[in-house]
Ligand binder design. Structure first.
Ligand code: OGA
Ligand code: MN
Length: 293
């Protein structure tokens, strides 16, 4: 027998438009390179991976996340920064309030469809979310396949967005809260945010994906406010009416990784009386999103 063996992992697609479970892998143990390559390939193929029944402390979560690339530091919160100074890579997402103070970000509200931090020039390539405490109902995370969204666009819309870019609003988070240091109102021209092509080429798969970020306060650069709103409404109506969704119903010990370059996600509302505690990391991307040819 060879000294190092590749663990036979099982890849079980969700049956939906994206997502697969990886079975047979304990993420708290060392993972050899060949096994990790199989995981990485499954991630490229399925866009979202779920590993159930894990038992990860923050060090192990960071260690596994780092296999996908260098990590970003946790983003700054909307009000106070409820993040750990010992492990600045870990963001806490939670609705739990202790002595009047939220222990994590994003509260109980529903989150709109979004790509993480696409208001930056270099949005993360991946995010990993680990369920430390999960409610029996509510707080599901929905994922959306943006390759499929692009591929099913009417030809007229594909042609229309060719060469167009969108400004992604930096001033509000995915629950609509104003981030620190920003004004309530901006014109489309003055609004802080990053500009990315509406159709991008995925650097690993070579496939074209829609790249939408989020709807609120988005602007198609160069168009009048009205023309931009009309085009974005059409693109988002296409997404909303499409079937390319998969719902992650959380269990404690689930680790989920999504490809932030070709998927959207959003969260369902949460019952404030039910506790939800998630630890999260984010994998840095070395390059800006690139327009599809
Ligand atoms: C995130 C996010 C959704 C959730 O962590 O980026 O959008 O279900 N979380 O908590
Ligand atoms: Mn998010």
């Amino acid at each position: 027998m060879a000294a190092t063996m590749t663990k036979a992992i099982e890849i079980v697609p969700t049956g939906g438009a994206l997502g697969a479970d990886i079975r047979g892998l304990d993420l708290s143990a060392d993972i050899d390179d060949a096994t990790f390559r199989a995981v990485y390939k499954a991630w490229n193929d399925h866009l979202v991976l779920r590993f159930r029944g894990q038992s990860l402390d923050d060090d192990r979560l960071v260690e596994f996340s780092r296999r996908f690339g260098d990590l970003d530091m946790a983003p700054i919160g909307a009000k106070d920064s409820p993040f750990s100074r010992q492990r600045p890579e870990i963001a806490v997402i939670s609705n739990i309030v202790v002595e009047g103070k939220a222990i994590g970000g994003l509260g109980n509200s529903e989150l709109v469809w979004h790509q993480d931090m696409s208001y930056n020039d270099l949005p993360p390539k991946a995010s990993l979310l680990y369920g430390v405490e999960t409610p029996p109902v509510g707080g599901e995370t929905f994922f959306y396949n943006l390759y499929s969204a692009f591929e099913t666009l009417p030809e007229r819309l594909k042609a229309r967005i060719q060469g167009l870019s969108c400004k992604h609003d930096a001033t509000r988070n995915s629950s609509g809260q104003l981030r620190q240091g920003f004004e309530e109102r901006y014109s489309n021209q003055d609004r802080p945010g990053a500009v990315h092509p509406l159709a991008v080429r995925h650097p690993e798969s070579g496939r074209t994906s829609l790249y939408l970020g989020r709807r609120p306060n988005a602007w198609v650069v160069g168009l009048s406010d009205a023309d931009s709103a009309a085009l974005l409404d059409e693109l988002w109506a296409h997404v909303e009416s499409g079937p390319f969704v998969w719902a992650q119903e959380w269990r404690q010990g689930d680790l989920v990784i999504w490809d932030n370059r070709c998927t959207l996600h959003r969260r369902n509302t949460l019952d404030p009386s039910l506790r939800r505690l998630m630890h999260r990391t984010q994998v840095r991307d070395g390059a800006r999103p690139v327009a599809s040819a």
